[in-house]
Ligand binder design. Sequence first.
Ligand code: NAP
Length: 295
Amino acid sequence: MADVLFEKVAFIGVGLIGSSMARRMSADGLMSEIVACARSEETRTKVVDLGIASQTFEDPAAAVDGADLVVIATPIGSCGAIAQAIAPALKPGAIVTDVGSVKQAVVDAVAPYLSAENAFVPGHPIAGTEESGPEAGFPELFDGRWTILTPTDGTDAEAVEKVKVLWQRMGAMVDTMTPSHHDMVLAITSHLPHLIAYTIVGTATDLEDDLRQEVMKYSASGFRDFTRIAASDPVMWRDIFLNNRDSTLETLQRFSEDLTALQRAIRRGEGDVLEELFARTRKIRRGIIDAKQAY
Ligand code: NAP
């Protein structure tokens, strides 16, 4: 069995990401005990039935008692209130980390509540599915995927290293960058594509009935791929756009300009402009496959 990295780990939020981490940690013996916190009794019962945690709590402060590592894995809009609730109950030396898809807003919301005795190591695994809840998680979710850590200047280097090793032991590759840089990168690679998918699927939903039926019937021609992305959790994505407003709006502005240019090329019949762009984008797809981030 591999070395134990943390004796007791507390998950605040144990849905797709939290339960995948917990499953992997248990499978690989990375901790001795896992406890979990969720608001609803339904989630807590599922967590126990699935054998993900030895104990569950409604109160986040009770969950973190005696924990060496606390993982906040709830929608990002709740991270500040959770930090406020757990701060007085944290064991001195306990490390706090999170998995939120936006980093600067989470750092701003969480860090002010934590004392110098509790390092906060913000993190974001670039892995997921459109499913939610504890039953959606699986231990291989992070295999070969990147996790980005966004420590700030004052973050304890030893704590960052421990969280980095944890992610590596869960199968991930780890990169480090500033929270604001992370938010700009993710605005283009994740947040904008989701916004586009939500828009396209929304537009199709607004069509008259007969046309909408046909959109569903012939969805394999492209629409279907957008529906997968647009089926992602509504609360999680509401929080992402509200908390990464500036980078999303900046990226959206560039996108609108490029879309207008493409519109003009189509109107003017400029086939060479279209072909040149489509050839470039095809190369990007091949690059992603070469980097083993798609198959
Ligand atoms: P999820 O499957 O919906 O799970 C969220 C969990 O948090 C549930 O157990 C939920 O249970 C609990 N919860 C929600 N609000 C809470 C609160 N205020 N206090 C305590 N527990 C609370 O969500 P997820 O997909 O794992 O996402 C969690 C985080 O990971 C988000 O910040 C998201 O940005 C990030 N992330 C997601 C993905 C992805 O693809 N899904 C990828 C990378 C990162 P109750 O409702 O019973 O409380």
